[in-house]
Design a binder for this molecule. Sequence first.
Ligand code: IPM
Ligand code: MG
Length: 360
Amino acid sequence: MRKPYRIAVIPGDGVGPEVTDEALKILARASELFGFSYDTVVYPFGADHYLATHELMPADQLDRFRSMDAILLGAIGDPRLPAGLVERGVIAAMRFGLDLYINLRPIKLYAEHLCPLKGKKPDDVDMVVIRENTEDLYTGMGGHFKKGTPDEVVIANQIFTRKGCERAVRYAFDLARRRGKRKKLTLVDKSNAIEVQQLWRRTVEEASPDYLDVTYDFAYIDAACMWMVKNPEAFDVIVTPNLFGDIITDLGAMVQGGMGVAASGNIHPGRVSLFEPIHGSAPKYKGMNAVSPIAAIAAVSMMLDYIGEEEAAHAVERCIADLLVSRRIPSLDASSGLKTSEIGDMVADGLKRHAGAAKV
Ligand code: IPM
Ligand code: MG
């Protein structure tokens, strides 16, 4: 018997706990069907914990995570707290502290009727965004001077390192090769206006001789947003700095049918990595059992793939696709008429039929 996987679970804020319950339901079902075992350690981090204890995460928490196989997160963020406090103290702290330098965000349309773009089919919307996850304006380097006075000055530094660019670019090239679809890498930047971003272009050019089977091109972020809507079929793998990656993946989530389906992995290859839905904590829906848990369930699929349970991962993804194509789950928002827990049950019940499925 293989050793059980060790999974840290952070349900978090808002709808996080509800969608995490469904994600864990699917993990449990997958372990029965595919014969792996796991232990979970549930952590309370998020707004309630902070309000009760004034602690974001204990000082030794990152070390605890390092002894685990993966972390599953629901959502973090709460309007009772200053904007960004728990997001930075929990999500960003893990991304930076565990050096999770890849933010892997697939954008895949499972069912044509979910796409808001006229005439676009599942084959047209099938890309992966590699968002660099440890640099850029997110490092918080900078500060205030004369805060609150008429002479206030703020500075935020946009940080890029050659190492940070190169590891993201090479990961993206490798992925374009491995996916074997269009075998194309697009760097999305803004190097016409922000000259230092030419480091990204040089990095792509310097790495490209190692990937002669992958073509590459460059797009500015503003134009890339336009093409994402006009010609999503032009994209295969996108690599982009942290902030642009944050923005373009919300756009991508809508193109694939909504925030209710989009999942992500925060990855350091070979080390403990973090999986979460792209959506936020949606406080106004908290406790209503009304939001789609599909994004959190898709995050479980990505996690299973990462820890080496590919067959289970593919079955979960197939099952999601099947429920959406057949319209048994008719939409990804509250208009579906299905409760969060009912959708979780449908995936759990359907999973067995998809054992042995190939990747979607
Ligand atoms: C995301 C989120 C986070 C980000 C927030 C919660 C800090 O929007 O994961 O996309 O900006 O990275
Ligand atoms: Mg975001």
